[in-house]
Ligand binder design. Sequence first.
Ligand SMILES: Cc1ncc(COP(=O)(O)O)c(C=O)c1O
Length: 445
Amino acid sequence: MPTDIKDMIPAEERYRSKTPRSHDAFKQMGSVMPGVAKGAYYYAPYPITIDHADGCYLYDIDGNQYVDFANHHTAQILGHNHPAINEAVTQQLKKGIAVAGPMGVETQLASEICRRVDSVESIRFCNSGTEATLHAVRLAREYTGRYKIAKFEGGYHGSHDSVEISVAPDLQKAGPSDRPNAVPTAGGMPPNATENIVILPDNNEEVVERIIAEHKQDLACVLLDPKAGIMPQRPEFVRTVREITEKNDILLMLDEIVGFRAARGGIQSQYNISPDLTTFGKIIGGGFPIGAFGGRKDLMALLDPTNKGARLFQSGTFSAHPVAMAAGMALLGELNESAFEHLAFLSDRLTDGLNHIFIHSSTPVQVACSASTFSFYFTEHPVRTYRDSVASDQVKVHQVFLALLDQGYYLGNGLGMNCLSLPMNETHIDGLIQAIENALEVFVE
Ligand SMILES: Cc1ncc(COP(=O)(O)O)c(C=O)c1O
């Protein structure tokens, strides 16, 4: 049974008493913006306003310190105020912030990503993950001459009309699990926004194969975010999706916007698959706005203005912004094998610690933890699909979120997308495990 809303009052009262300046800042923000500066900033009763960030710590305007396990919606991995990023950005600021022509630094970042990710032979930059999937979907449609795309129920690939469908559908509208309906996520989409999309269920090879075969004449691509560390994934499932798309001559677009933080060669190197197209974002800009999409050379050639067969134009005033490119290069310079080893060590310690407390807790909790990303669901049954995740008790989630803030741990809003950063050590991990154990005690009868 979901927790009663009245149980939340003590956690909220404590939160309010420690964050009066954030409360005032929130009021001020709401007087000139609709509530908050962007949707993802909001959680009840109001978000903390951050004064500054350093290493793996955030400091709010009331003087509270938090260990940062949100890492800017997973976009930060080196920690804040990193000297290598600061130095690269300072040098680039002196050379030029924004100029209407290439500066060479974009070729460096493109080369580095192509070197790391085997399936990416050629790449283009934009400003966000949303733009990356927008352009990649357009490319897939143009290349194949087909206009439908398929995506998984619960998958988020950005906020444009082609893909923001069935991200978190109401189960009353979602249809049968072996034939999910396409449900628009946001208001304001035209009624035909769902016409060119096919929704697939997670973790069900048989149904995925059947639905793809039914639509193969019309499908340009399948979009897949393996959601490692967000939802427990079976690598065999991801590999099977690759086999099914190949067999049906449909492009596979792997969304590595979060996944790229898993390994040097991206999550595709861990799963040993080779997608046709890959989208990137988040960490590759070293904390600056960025997105990218890349893949097979013959596909990317449709964008090449020196190629007579070019049929697409992708640009954007701030695309391939030199400061983001320089920060991205500095980031990848730091993200070497020993960095991934350190993150894997911390991740294993966290997984073991969480499993230990969750096994002994009277509150049922499911944990997903992979590479440097982790999530919790307050539900009795294992979470393998979006529909399983809906059972998670959101009141408990919020109460634990506030209880963790109270103890100095800042996690992702909703506890569904938390992650580690390189400056963390065993003390931060053990501290978080203890704080979660303390938070769960609130639910003991
Ligand atoms: C898997 C995935 N794809 C795409 C996006 C969209 O990226 P952006 O917020 O940079 O537009 C996100 C954002 O959280 C994401 O998690």
